[in-house]
Design a protein around this ligand. Structure first.
Ligand SMILES: Nc1nc2c(c(=O)[nH]1)N[C@H]1C(S)=C(S)[C@@H](COP(=O)(O)O)O[C@H]1N2
Ligand SMILES: [Mo]
Length: 328
């Protein structure tokens, strides 16, 4: 009986059919509360559930899910020979222009950004457009921890333990159509919560942040959906609650706080490419031999030690990804 009510609730309409039944994930006390609430009102009909109650329930589900998920087991297969960058340093040196143009300030400006509840809208060339709640996404595949190197186009780098799962697992669930050759991501567009989107300088940027990948790049086993770092849920400055990580490309190809995913049949434009196609082309694989028009890419600075080291082709992931670009 109760499950029948659930299926009629408006915010569950978009839940995909592969989503687990609600009662496998909702703490028992939430059920008890909801039942007695209905009893109090003397109703058991469809469509009468109050919105605030649903929001509370989502919050409870989100926090209980999060507590169970982290830390995830580290996958030893992905462990470059570099020391992990100190968390204090990487979490206070963030490119997230929606909040600030200054890397040191981002962490202090994310407080008003609401990351729960969170959903991702999926559309374009896909069998069935859906709106996925974060909790649904977290059930697609087991989370694992992978230590990856990360190289920003500005010439700095870090090595961090991300928690997530291969983007390919999500794409398989979404069933893009055969003519989908690219995937496009869009970051949440919330100027009221993102102070960096306001002001004169911000007005020159094509918000919201958007990025894209070829479908074979998106399906590559190194490409991750990331929801955590350093053994816990992503802090907001790292792109909470869900971002993409593509370790062989410059950092801007790893969009944060994803709100939209679209499958398309033409190479999409990107935020940085729109601003300067010569400096930030669509492909943007890490390559020490191709200088940025304004600086060399031959070396990089490790953000916590300050050491300057040689940049590696494909950021050190050539053995895994060079074949994607072999025809060139
Ligand atoms: N939405 C959004 N995503 C973004 C950015 C941004 O400004 N907005 N900056 C990019 C750049 S340039 C880099 S280097 C990385 C930084 O990620 P980190 O703060 O987790 O190190 O995020 C990328 N993703
Ligand atoms: Mo970057």
């Amino acid at each position: 009986m109760f499950m029948r009510i659930l299926t009629f609730m408006p915010n569950l309409i978009f839940r995909p059919d592969w989503f687990l039944p609600e009662n496998q994930t909702t703490p028992e006390w939430v059920y008890q509360n909801r039942r007695s609430f209905l009893k109090q009102l003397g109703i058991a009909g469809a469509g009468l559930m109050s919105a605030p109650l649903m929001a509370e329930e989502k919050k409870a589900e989100a926090s209980s899910t999060s507590a169970k998920l982290y830390p995830a087991k580290r996958n030893p297969e992905f462990n470059p020979d570099w020391p992990i960058t100190k968390e204090e340093v990487s979490s206070s040196y963030n490119n997230f222009y929606e909040f600030s143009f200054s890397k040191e300030k981002v962490k202090d400006l994310v407080g008003g950004f609401k990351i729960s509840p969170w959903s991702v809208e999926v559309g374009g060339l896909v069998e069935k457009p859906v709106k996925l709640d974060l909790e649904d996404i977290l059930k697609i595949a087991p989370l694992e921890e992978r230590v990856y190197r990360f190289r920003c186009v500005e010439g700095w780098s870090m090595t961090v333990p991300w928690t997530g799962f291969p983007l390919s697992k999500l794409i398989e669930k979404l069933k893009p159509k055969a003519d989908a050759t690219f995937i496009r991501f869009e970051t949440a567009n919330r100027p009221a919560e993102m102070p960096g989107m306001k002001g004169e300088r911000a007005a020159g940027y094509p918000w919201p942040y958007f990025e894209g990948l070829r479908m074979d790049e998106a399906m590559h086993p190194l490409t991750l959906v990331v929801t955590g770092i350093y053994g816990k849920a992503l802090p907001k400055q790292f792109g909470a609650p869900i971002r993409i990580i593509v370790p062989w490309k410059y950092g801007y190809k790893s969009p944060k706080s994803i709100a939209k995913i679209e499958f398309v049949d033409k190479q999409p434009t990107t935020f940085w490419e729109t601003l300067s196609p010569v400096e930030y082309p669509f492909e943007s694989n890490v390559n020490p031999d191709v200088p940025h028009p304004r600086w060399s890419q031959a070396t990089e600075r490790i953000i916590d030690t300050g050491d300057r080291v040689k940049t590696k082709m494909y950021n050190g992931y050539g053995d895994q990804v060079a074949k994607l670009y072999a025809s060139k």
